[in-house]
Design a protein. Structure first.
Length: 190
């Protein structure tokens, strides 16, 4: 996943990627629609793990959800706090073992982090423990053209090992990524 110094150095330009900053209105609208369809109606309590600069946290807070973001990069968390202007809460911490109370969230959201963790199965088990009864995991992942990442099948199998089932929504549409991609990108809700 990289070290804290690497991600701190990335914080200043992180939002320049179309799917990170969501500056393009069409891209932002696509992510909004995707997430609204995956989450229960507001207000719900959302843990955004590996939140980066807080773009998705802010998007969900604007929809009426109570959002807590966690990222291990202090520079990313600082940018998230500034960007959100107090409408979401952010903590420096490890997404694999978030410093959050168990059984307290309606949704655990994680985008492009699970694949990079040293033990994805253990992380998923911890994330499930954060969920209140009836809660759901919302995972955006992918298998990159570089060979890194997790295939949809691998992510679904990891989810099923926690005792949960998942629904898969492939995400090949260029609007999500700022252009055409050859990667396998998808959403899993469980």
């Amino acid at each position: 996943m990289g070290d804290v110094e690497t991600w701190d150095a990335e914080a200043g330009t992180f939002d320049e990627e179309p799917d990170h900053g969501l500056a393009d209105p069409a891209c932002r609208a696509a992510w909004r629609e995707l997430l609204i369809g995956a989450l229960p109606p507001p207000p719900c309590r959302v843990a955004d793990l590996g939140c980066g600069t807080g773009t998705l946290s802010l998007l969900l807070a604007e929809e009426g959800h109570t959002v807590t973001g966690v990222d291990f990069s202090p520079a990313m968390v600082e940018r998230a706090r500034v960007k959100a202007g107090g409408v979401a809460e952010f903590h420096v911490g490890d997404a694999a073992a978030p410093p959050l109370p168990p059984a307290s969230y309606d949704v655990v959201l994680c985008r492009h982090v699970l694949w990079a963790l040293p033990d994805p199965a253990a992380a998923l088990a911890r994330w499930v423990a954060l969920l209140a009864p009836g809660g759901r995991l919302v995972l955006v992942e992918g298998r990159w053209h570089t060979g890194g990442g997790l295939s949809a099948g691998e992510t679904l199998a990891l989810l099923e090992a926690t005792g949960r089932t998942g629904t898969l929504r492939p995400m090949p549409e260029p609007v999500f990524w700022g252009g055409v991609t050859d990667d396998e990108r998808y959403l899993v809700v469980g």
